[in-house]
Design a protein around this ligand. Structure first.
Ligand code: ADP
Length: 433
């Protein structure tokens, strides 16, 4: 029987936040075979990091099984390592010592430690820097030390949690190239790589298989095989087509029925979480679309045009979809007539359009009713946050409050005084300002 290197069977992770329990992962099945480079992609909060921790045994799932080479995983998997976004190098140790530490922790004898650490540093192109201290290195080089430290223990399973996202563009590109060279050239004993990223181009550049995740509950919803041979050329038509396809999957399709608006606090049903997007970003995207022939553009092209990452772009698109300014289909986002009107309108007309759209959202309707009923049309922000905390964890409730204030202020539905934490109705109508 063909045995997988790693297998997750019906893995679920439940977290509790206050009174609320939620599935950070629900019934996730995943198999990873030798020779595979698999990439997890999905919006923030869909459980990617949780999945990596479970895959390496750093965390036990609430339910489900984790098998390594067919055997149930108990405790931390000694054959696996995780590389995080930012490496915690010990500032008081040299580069060489920082790498040796990983081996010392595994009981490797000093001479052997030194030999292997030197060899790994050489392989990642850090020879000559063995005696340097982390502070003397650039971000990219520090990250290389992190990779060397992860790889020196010769992990069979290398897990990477957004390892390039804290680097500048050039260092990230260089380090990706080096990782591929080590991996494809068989210069490391690693048997499989599981990487989390937000960067769709990076996923298509490196991965053999991309798993697309969604949140609420966190799960895998699609799988794409990338059959493009290495070295992959980001500008080549097959590469662009693949990037476009991934965007299409991540963006989903606008449903023919009206967008789900959710409920208000105190009403049955769930409050719809508003995408955490400021109005300026929405306006920017609408303007960019309006300047495109036909008011329609590929999502991946928009991301590079607006210089935002895919996660951020998808959030902006989600907000615009919620408000009825765009529709999404097959990886394209298109202006609706309303979106077009907004893009062409002047400042006041924009505010009016925006106000009429957000008045439809139950949470705004609820808030306006509260304000109208309140003495002097005033309300403490804290009250609203507390109502939001009935459904959202405190940190999320705070974010939601921030979005509500940002959108409501722009629309001049109400004003908010940060210092006194007071929301109040605008007495002067927008037109006469
Ligand atoms: P991602 O890496 O995709 O952003 P995470 O795995 O970090 O997702 O988190 C998934 C969800 O679980 C998020 O809503 C996060 O806030 C929540 N979460 C993560 N770790 C914990 C924890 N230890 N306790 C409670 N909630 C958590």
């Amino acid at each position: 029987m063909a045995e997988h290197l790693l297998e997750l069977r019906k893995v679920s992770q439940v977290y509790r936040s206050g009174e609320r329990e939620f599935f950070a992962l629900k019934d996730v099945d995943l198999a990873l075979d030798e020779g595979e480079f698999v990439v997890l992609l999905g919006p923030s909060g869909c459980g990617k990091s949780t999945l990596l921790r479970i895959a390496t045994g750093l965390q036990r799932p609430t339910s489900g099984e984790v098998l390594y080479r067919g055997e149930p995983l108990r405790g931390v998997n000694p054959k696996a390592t995780i590389v995080f976004q930012t490496f915690a190098l010990f500032p008081w140790l040299t580069v060489l010592e920082n790498v040796e530490v990983a081996l010392a922790a595994r009981g490797v004898a000093p001479e052997e430690r030194r030999r292997r650490a030197l060899e790994m540093l050489d392989r990642v192109g850090l020879d000559g820097f063995e005696e340097a201290y982390p502070r003397e290195l650039s971000g990219g080089m520090r990250q290389k030390v992190g990779f060397a430290r992860a790889m020196v223990v010769e992990p069979e399973l290398l897990c990477l949690d957004e390892p390039f996202s804290a680097l500048d563009v050039l260092s990230a590109a260089a380090l990706r190239g080096e990782l591929l060279e080590l991996w494809l050239g068989g210069k490391i004993p690693t048997k499989a790589i599981l990487m989390v990223t937000h960067n769709i181009e990076e996923a298509v550049l490196l991965g053999d298989r991309l798993l697309i995740m969604e949140k609420d509950p966190g799960r895998i919803v699609a799988e794409i095989r990338v059959a493009i041979p290495h070295p992959r050329q980001p500008q080549a038509p097959d590469f662009r087509a693949m990037v476009d396809e991934v965007y299409a999957l991540l963006a989903g399709e606008t449903q023919p029925e009206p967008v789900e608006l959710g409920s208000a606090p105190g009403e049955p049903g769930r409050i719809r979480a508003l995408p955490n997007v400021p109005v300026v970003s929405m306006a920017g995207l609408l303007e960019a679309l309006a300047a495109t022939p036909g008011g329609r553009q590929d999502l991946y092209k928009l991301a590079s045009e607006l210089q935002v990452d895919s996660d951020q772009l998808l959030r902006i698109v989600e907000a615009l979809e919620l408000l009825g300014f765009v529709t999404v289909a097959k990886g394209d986002v298109a202006l609706t007539p309303l979106g077009e009107t907004f893009a062409e309108a002047g400042i006041l007309a924009r505010k009016e359009i925006f106000a009429s759209r957000i008045r439809r959202i139950p949470i705004f309707r609820w808030l306006l009713e509260l304000l109208e009923a309140a003495e002097g049309g005033k309300l403490r922000g804290e009250v609203v946050q507390r109502a939001l905390e009935l459904q959202f964890p405190p940190a999320e409730a705070e974010k939601q409050f921030g979005v509500i204030v940002n959108w409501g202020r722009y629309a001049e539905l109400f004003a908010y005084d940060d210092t006194s934490d007071v929301l109040y109705l605008e007495t002067v109508p927008a037109q006469s300002k």
